[in-house]
Write a protein that binds this ligand. Structure first.
Ligand code: NAG
Ligand code: NAG
Length: 238
């Protein structure tokens, strides 16, 4: 019986954890591991693809530069916009699940990570009055010989660069993100992602969403339970 349990555990861990390592970017670890001293990106403390050192660059607002990328080429980002930009940076650098969406032709890149519509809309709202000179932050910069980014085009408000949250999420980082049809099977870079990830991983590699209605249902139920305890506590203290 014990052996069965141990074997089962081994099968589960190898199929969910070890299937995906970390992306092969310039800062990622080979494999995720706990990081107790993260200064930012603490959503990923239990299992992180970034070292604590990396998060120092994100820890002080305003954030000027991350790796070789200046964030302030069109002036300092507002605090609200900076916070969203950090969430995306944290996901890419630190999430142990990012590699689930590894780009088939580029092991340092992600493709079609499902984001929640509400997350994209809130992000757009936070950044719409900030300025940017690139539509695609991966390809539209001019990189100098020391690998530092410069504007090629003039700075314009996000609200001119992108039509809305969907347009922003699906274009700002190339093919990295897509807006999900589901309001549950999608990431919003907070604790609720644990639930979404659980069902997104069990969707296996099927691209079609035909099988996903039961996943959708299960996810919505779980999310409801996740949100309910807080209400319950609130009522007890009345
Ligand atoms: C990967 O590269 C191949 C060959 O160049 C190309 O046909 C394919 O569209 C690329 N896939 C993606 C997702 O970019
Ligand atoms: C967002 O902008 C895109 C691109 O302009 C447009 O096709 C889409 O209909 C817009 N979506 C909403 C909800 O306004």
């Amino acid at each position: 019986m014990l052996r069965f349990a141990v074997t089962l555990f081994a099968v589960i861990t190898s199929s969910t954890c070890q299937q995906y390592g970390c992306l092969e970017g310039d800062t990622q670890k080979p494999k995720p591991s706990p990081e107790s001293n993260l200064q930012e990106c603490t959503l990923y403390s239990k299992s992180s693809c970034c070292y604590a050192d990396f998060t120092e660059q994100l820890a002080h607002s305003p954030v000027i530069k991350v790796s070789n990328s200046y964030w302030n080429r069109c002036g300092q980002l507002s605090k609200a916009c900076e916070d969203f930009t950090k969430k995306i940076e944290c996901f890419y650098r630190c999430s142990p699940h990012a590699a689930r969406w590894i780009h088939p032709n580029d092991t340092a890149a992600i493709q079609a990570v499902p984001l929640c519509q509400s997350f994209c809309d809130d992000w757009y709202e936070a950044c719409k009055d900030d300025s940017t000179c690139v539509q695609n932050w991966l390809t539209d910069w001019e990189w100098d010989e020391s690998g530092v980014n410069h504007c090629k085009n003039k700075c314009i408000p996000y609200s001119e660069m992108y039509a809305n949250g969907t347009d922003m999420c699906q274009n700002m980082w190339g093919e990295s993100f897509k807006v999900s049809q589901s309001s549950c099977l999608c990431l919003q870079m907070n604790k609720k992602d644990t639930i979404a990830i659980k069902y997104l991983l069990s969707e296996s590699s099927e691209e079609s969403s035909s099988s996903s209605s039961s996943e959708e249902h299960a996810c919505q139920n779980k999310l409801l339970k996740f949100e309910k305890p807080e209400e319950g506590e609130g009522e007890q203290t009345r």
